[in-house]
Design a protein around this ligand. Structure first.
Ligand code: EPZ
Length: 432
């Protein structure tokens, strides 16, 4: 298994190109199942999760091709993938694949909408929580589907005439629930209204693609989304929006290490809550025509209390990264995780750098320390692993981060992007 070696203490200066968003790419790729025409996605990030999902979708019969490099193309530009689900040959999504990438559970919606049936493995829990899917199943039932659980699989059937529009009222905000409701409703007979819909930018990106494919969607990005079902959808071309979590992560890395970076392509409106908190913590944040400029030169890191919340609140996917920053604040901060029940796995690992963090229920109390010391640490999940990178960038001496496959799931070319800005970061392949 690869490891990442970091020698801390170097500021970050330069340009970090922001890749296409993982959490937009996955639903956009799954939406290709809704039509027998070609869906072309540009700016797709080169990530393990994207490659795995391509394999999963090809199991259902999706043909795909990936454009090769073009003369003079920017090496950091994303990949272009053409996906065509001419015919869906298999409506089963197997446990061995769904358990490896839980978002693949979302294929339930297009399989039901297009084929009237689906047999999808329950995804199971993960490091950050039990991750139930009861609200996703409720949404499908509201559109007329019958749902059974058989030997760890969801067995779903649409009414003989196909899914019917309906009222879906989510008792809590769910990104995956909103994605599957949008996809299923786009081909249902009649109108669907989704209440308490998630407002994350990735929802808007999916809605933009669905509309290009001929769907009739109003209100994406607001708490109430209305979808008027159509008989069929056609192909389309769409550019994946920039990854706000990657951008927020590197913004926190710059605030932690000091220096001045341009997050190329990042859009402030996608992570305003995080930027406001970073400014309170002492970083300088400036929107520019090329993206976001984040710097901290000399002044200290101030403690700031944060509670995660659905968009437009502070994103849970930046909680671990922010905690790493607070480990060196001039005071005590309280970080409350309201979305997942077990998203503090990084606390024990951050403590190995000398961080002082106490857990109290759904909050972590971080007492900032002046210096962290490099240490061997282990990544446990995607966002926790990058919080260790952020801590290591500012720690004195060498750190070694194990199990970096977690990082490869969500951060394209991390060591290249950081070392080009002056960080001392090297990947040590297991073969070495
Ligand atoms: C998406 O997960 C993201 N994943 C997560 O990012 C992100 O943390 C999460 O949204 C919240 O923003 C992708 O987009 C691929 P939810 P999702 O449904 O859709 C509960 C990352 O690091 N819930 O919004 O699975 C759930 O347990 C990942 O990139 C139910 O109770 O999250 C959680 O407490 C991690 N029943 C809350 O709702 C359900 O049926 C929000 O979950 C569904 C969810």
């Amino acid at each position: 298994m690869d490891r990442i070696r970091i020698v801390g203490g170097k500021p970050l200066n330069g340009v970090i190109p922001i890749s296409g968003a993982k959490n937009a790419a996955l639903p956009l790729m799954i939406a290709s199942l809704l039509t027998d025409r070609t869906v072309t996605l540009e700016n797709l990030p080169r990530l393990a999760d994207v490659s795995l999902l391509v394999r999963i979708l090809s199991n259902h019969g999706v043909d795909y091709s990936i454009d090769g490099r073009r003369q003079g193309e920017d090496p950091d530009s994303g990949q272009t993938v053409h996906m065509t689900a001419r015919e869906i040959v298999d409506t089963t999504a197997p446990y061995e694949l769904v358990s490896r990438m839980r978002a693949s559970f979302w294929v339930l919606a297009p399989l039901l909408a297009r084929c009237g049936e689906a047999r999808v493995s329950l995804p199971g829990g993960c490091a950050i929580g039990t991750r139930p899917v009861d609200l996703l199943l409720m949404a499908m039932e509201r559109l007329g589907a019958s749902i059974d659980i058989d030997a760890g699989y969801v067995v779903a059937k649409a009414p003989s005439g196909g899914l019917r529009g309906g009222e879906i009222d989510f008792p809590k905000v769910t990104v995956g629930g909103t994605h599957v409701a949008l996809m299923a409703a786009s081909l249902a007979h009649g109108t669907t209204v989704i209440h308490n819909a998630a407002r994350e930018p990735e929802i808007g990106d999916l809605a933009d693609l669905l509309v290009k494919m001929g769907a009739k969607v109003q209100g994406a990005g607001s708490p109430v989304i209305e979808v008027e079902g159509v008989a069929r959808l056609v192909g389309a071309k769409h550019r994946v929006l920039p990854d706000r979590i990657e951008a927020g992560t590197y913004a926190m890395a710059a605030a932690m290490a000091g220096g001045d970076v341009l997050l190329q392509g990042a859009r402030a409106e996608h992570l305003q809550a995080a930027l406001d908190i970073l400014a309170e913590a002492g970083a300088r944040v400036e929107a520019t025509p090329d993206g976001l400029r984040v710097s901290r030169n000399g002044n200290g890191i101030k403690p700031v209390d944060v509670a995660t919340a659905p968009f437009p609140g502070f994103p849970t996917d930046l909680q671990a990264q922010f905690m790493a920053l607070m480990t060196r604040a001039d005071g005590v901060s309280r970080i409350t995780e309201t979305i997942f029940e077990n998203r503090f796995m990084h606390v024990q690992e951050l403590a190995r750098f000398g961080a002082r963090i106490k857990l109290e229920g759904d909050s972590a109390i971080v007492e900032g320390v002046p210096t962290l010391k490099g240490a061997p640490v282990m990544a446990t999940d995607l966002r926790a692993s990058v919080s260790l990178v952020i801590a290591a960038l500012a720690a004195e001496g060498e750190s070694m981060i194990q199990r970096v496959y977690h990082l490869d799931r969500g951060f394209e070319a991390l060591e290249r992007k950081l070392s080009r800005c002056g960080a001392d970061v090297t990947r040590i392949s297991s073969g070495d």
